[in-house]
Design a binder for this molecule. Structure first.
Ligand SMILES: *Cc1c(COP(=O)(O)O)cnc(C)c1O
Length: 356
């Protein structure tokens, strides 16, 4: 059931593009479904949202988000179960994080429940775009940006909230090679690392490019002050397995994005009685465990990939190869559990899926 409490103007397309989609070949984020939702914020209030045919936005050249970066986003997925129902994974978590990003970036917060309702009603209009195939889903991209047409640094008075969606296939097909980064940083304490704000991703491109030139797919970020503690990997949270325990950097520091996937992994593991440690994780202990052959697993956790196993970890001049994927019993089991939950194959015991 979805809520239907907000008045939304709905203008459906006369020219659906759905028949043109090559469902067997869906590059991530390049195919867009028929509609998008746009809602303006002006005069201190949210205006009536409109669901309209997907298309370009027209912007003033001084649009402040472009110059000064007041821009935040979310990423989540809708799935289809065997009964043809659409299911969204834990949208309340994304709603909460979106509100936190708004606060940090001085942007207006949506009234409680509005984010989730607008998302579900936008997805509902394009529900035929939610793929049923294994590993496939409808990626949902809500975002909010400042639209004052004014050159000056202050919180904008005007904003645009937009939701569009993309049918997507599986994200990473291969396990990833990561490099522990000891010079560049993603986020510093007191900064905006916990917010899903545009500039964080722009800042990560250059160090990621340098790592890619050395054959790595992603970086493992360390703390800005000492490069002694592990934070996350690329745009995913990171989890390690040593001595049968899952170990992951705690989210107390405001430098780590609070991922819904990582939170779910932790909750599932605890529910199954698997020991989980959320604490500061040093580079030293991970590297030492890898040297000793005790690092039995490492994986990224994020909406796009769900669980992305790490194949190799680079640290200075060393390169550690982790055990084969077939040996990674715990993360394989958690991944299967999440996949089954999202396809509706198992009971939703945590009540995580919004279904309609
Ligand atoms: C989005 C994101 C994650 C993963 O969060 P999920 O809610 O699991 O998708 C992790 N780290 C960063 C930097 C992110 O932007």
């Amino acid at each position: 059931m979805i809520k239907d409490t907000i008045s939304i103007k709905i203008n459906k397309t006369q020219n659906s593009r759905i028949a043109e989609v090559d469902w067997d070949n869906l590059p991530f984020g390049k195919v867009f479904s028929d509609h998008m939702l746009v809602m303006d914020y002006k005069n201190g209030a949210w205006q009536e949202p409109e669901i309209m045919p997907f298309g370009n936005l027209s912007l003033h050249p001084a649009t402040s988000a472009i110059h000064y970066g007041q821009s935040i986003f979310e990423g989540m997925k809708a799935y289809r179960n065997d009964n043809g129902e659409v299911m969204i994974f834990r949208p309340d978590m994304n709603e909460k994080r979106f509100a936190e990003s708004c606060e940090r970036m001085c942007m207006p917060v949506l009234p409680e429940g509005m984010f989730t309702e607008l998302i579900s009603r936008t997805v509902d209009v394009d529900r035929d775009w939610v793929p049923q195939k294994d590993g496939y889903s409808l990626y949902i991209r809500p975002f909010l940006f400042a639209t004052d047409d004014f050159i000056g640094i202050k919180p904008s008075d005007n904003y645009k909230f937009v939701i569009f969606t993309c049918p997507v296939g599986a994200y990473y097909s291969q396990p990833v090679n990561v490099k522990i980064e000891e010079h560049y940083t993603r986020a510093a304490e007191g900064g905006v690392g916990r917010a899903k704000t545009a500039g964080n991703y722009a800042a990560s491109l250059y160090p990621a490019k340098l790592a890619q030139a050395k054959g790595f797919h992603q970086l493992v970020w360390t703390d800005a002050k000492e490069h002694k503690y592990i934070e996350e990997s690329g745009t995913m949270n990171i989890v390690f397995e040593i001595d049968g325990k899952l170990i992951t950097p705690s989210e107390d520091s405001d430098t780590i994005l609070r991922g819904v996937t990582k939170r779910s992994v932790v909750e599932i593991a605890k529910h199954w009685g698997i020991p989980v440690e959320e604490r500061k994780v040093t580079v030293e202990e991970i590297v030492q465990a890898a040297r000793d052959g005790k690092l039995t697993d490492a994986f990224g956790a994020g909406t796009a990939a769900t669980i992305a196993p790490v194949a190799k970890i680079g640290f200075r001049d060393e390169l550690f190869e982790l055990p084969g994927l077939e040996t990674r019993t715990t993360s394989n089991k958690i991944k299967k559990y999440l996949t089954d939950l999202k396809s509706g194959a198992i009971e939703d015991e945590f009540n995580w899926m919004l279904r309609f």
